[in-house]
Design a protein around this ligand. Sequence first.
Ligand SMILES: [Zn+2]
Length: 253
Amino acid sequence: MTANMNHNEVDMKLIFAVVYSVFAISSFVHSATSTQTFSTSAGEVKITPLNHASTMIEAAGKTIYLDPAKPVNFAGHPKADLVLVTDIHPDHMDPASIAELSKAGTEIFAPPVVVKTVTNAKPIANGETKTWQDWSIEAIPAYNLTRGPAPGKLFHDKGRGNGYVLTYGGKRFYFSGDTEGVPEMRALKNIDVAFVCMNLPYTMPPDEAADAVKAFHPKVVIPYHYRGSDLTVFVKRLEGTGIEVRLLDWYPK
Ligand SMILES: [Zn+2]
């Protein structure tokens, strides 16, 4: 879920302050505001931060969107060959954005509960793996361990939402979805690039996110879905681990 949707200006000032301050901390921290390109044995994968959780992935002339949602303006974006949805909240599941990006042949994979709303999606449940074109798509559980809107309730119940490990040309990309540092995240193996959420009260604070990242030790970690989080805490906690932290601007004006 989102909070402080009207605080983008504050977010921008925060991110630039963070970017400039962490540059001095470690050569393992890099800042960027645009598309990231990763080489694989099947060619380049380009990943573009759009907003919060919304992400565009391009490879071999195909376009994949993860959680396409408002406030992204998709006019001028390529149509989707594949859409992946992680959960039911509006920052992840936005039927209007999916419809806008859809064309003949667009495929959609989503948790079964999302399929109730996005009825042309194909269900993929926690632990399942699907193949799409040259991609392997594995659904990783995403859920709260402790945090919820009221005692005995969780923001994200176990079994409902998916993170995804996307494998292409031998490279493994992980998108956490909305989750705390659950055992299934900590047990991930051989992740090249991890996109990890953090934001209170809905997911986890940056120190917990960093501890979970240490447990599965991706080569590169990119915080996303971090509105309101102090990324300097995350960066400091991963100093000396050999994990490259890459900071992107997920909250453009
Ligand atoms: Zn969310």
